[in-house]
Design a protein around this ligand. Structure first.
Ligand code: FAD
Length: 342
């Protein structure tokens, strides 16, 4: 096992901020994970697991413990019948190539989640979602190392308490489970309407009439290219804030001043409104504050253009949160998680 020291977290996160991890290692198998974890526990060293670092912000002080980067591979077909195929994917697999592979297999269920950076194992953590799909709709179960009991467990979908950008892994059980594989059940049906508004608009605009898994994937990839800066060129964590979930009265209230406000019916009496739109209405569009550029095409994305450290990002974030709260009486929620300093 190769344990390295003083590895800069800015090289392990797409926001490109953060001081060094005191210890760092990569995990290729579940037994290796258990051994390294227990070894750290016996030395009273804390452990933090990362995947692609695309939904993570690190502190300038770095991390005083052991950072484990998930690399467990695997792609296995567990079941295949005329209706669906069940696949098991290693937590360290890059997410988008898995989507590409399932699309090639004419399977439906995650094609709208194309081009999301990161690993398969992190996908359930915030219940990744885009263009009308969420991983919770296809995830059957997952395998994880339970750090509380030093055992490997299988958690069913219902154990994960999924909701919008939420699961127990970033909620009540944060830090307890290290996911080693996920199992998805994907349908053999063609993708069918209704599609997410912006996806349908793209399909109409490009006169795409025959909707296949591949055409949905291609459309999503194209829309994302237009709206989202490539983190390899412009460092970011994608959306820096969650979209805003409100009740009908709040929409009616905002529409008194902004009749153009759009909302997305969540189907449970709640509605999603675009946080990017709220930030734009507060005048931040395209602005550079504390070294962070508020992306011109999608104000949800904060690009690290010249931030000197975590504190610059925190100041920019707090300025945006305060202005949106004062203007709309809405409290924004940060989407990326934070690596604690110790
Ligand atoms: C340009 C861009 C676009 C994005 N678009 C979207 C989008 O459309 N929809 C969306 O939902 N997200 C989006 N994201 C956010 C991000 O890509 C996803 O949240 C992704 O699932 C994070 O994967 P990761 O491997 O990079 O996780 P990391 O950032 O490394 O980790 C995220 C969290 O998961 C935990 N974690 C990681 N691996 C494991 C594991 N194996 N077991 C337990 N916990 C683990 C970490 O401790 C951390 O708390 C975007 C990000 C970027 C940069």
């Amino acid at each position: 096992m190769d344990i390295r020291t003083n590895i800069p977290l800015k090289n392990l996160t797409t926001m490109k901020l953060g001081g060094p991890a005191r210890f760092f290692a990569e995990i290729h198998t579940p037994p290796e994970l258990q051994e390294l974890y227990q070894n750290a526990v016996s030395k009273q060293i804390s452990v933090f697991v990362i995947g692609g670092g695309s939904n993570l912000v690190a502190q300038d002080a770095g991390y005083q413990g052991l950072v484990l980067r998930m690399r467990i591979p695997g792609f296995e077909i567990l079941k295949d019948d005329i209706y669906s195929t069940v696949i098991k994917v290693g937590a360290g697999e890059a997410w988008d190539p898995i989507v590409a592979k399932t699309v090639q297999m004419n399977l439906s269920g995650i094609e709208a989640l194309s081009a999301i950076p990161g690993t398969a194992g992190a996908a359930p953590v915030q219940n990744i979602g885009a263009y009308g799909q969420e991983i919770s709709e296809t995830l059957v179960s997952l395998e994880a190392y339970d750090t509380s009991n030093n055992t490997f467990v299988t958690l069913e979908n219902s154990d994960c308490h999924f909701s919008y950008r939420y699961s127990i892994f970033r909620g009540e059980e944060e830090g307890r489970y290290i996911i080693t594989s996920i199992t998805l059940e994907l349908s053999k049906n063609q993708p069918s309407p209704p599609f997410y508004d912006s996806l349908q608009a793209y399909l109409d605009e490009h006169a795409i009439k025959i909707i296949t898994h591949q055409s949905v994937r291609d459309a999503v990839v194209d829309i994302r290219k237009e709206k989202l800066p490539d983190p390899a060129v412009k460092p970011s964590s994608g959306s820096f804030f969650k979209n805003t979930i409100v009740e009908q009265w709040k929409i009616t209230d905002i529409q008194k001043t902004y009749p153009e406000l759009k909302s997305y019916d969540m189907g449970d009496g709640k509605f999603k409104i675009s946080t990017g739109w709220l930030i734009e209405k507060c005048g931040f569009k395209g602005q550079l504050i504390h070294g962070m550029r508020i992306n011109e095409k999608n104000c949800l994305v904060l690009i690290n253009e010249s931030a000197t450290g975590y504190s610059d990002l925190a100041e920019a974030r707090d300025e945006i949160i305060t202005k949106v709260r004062d203007t709309f009486q809405i409290q924004l929620e940060q989407e990326p998680l934070e690596i604690p300093a110790s």
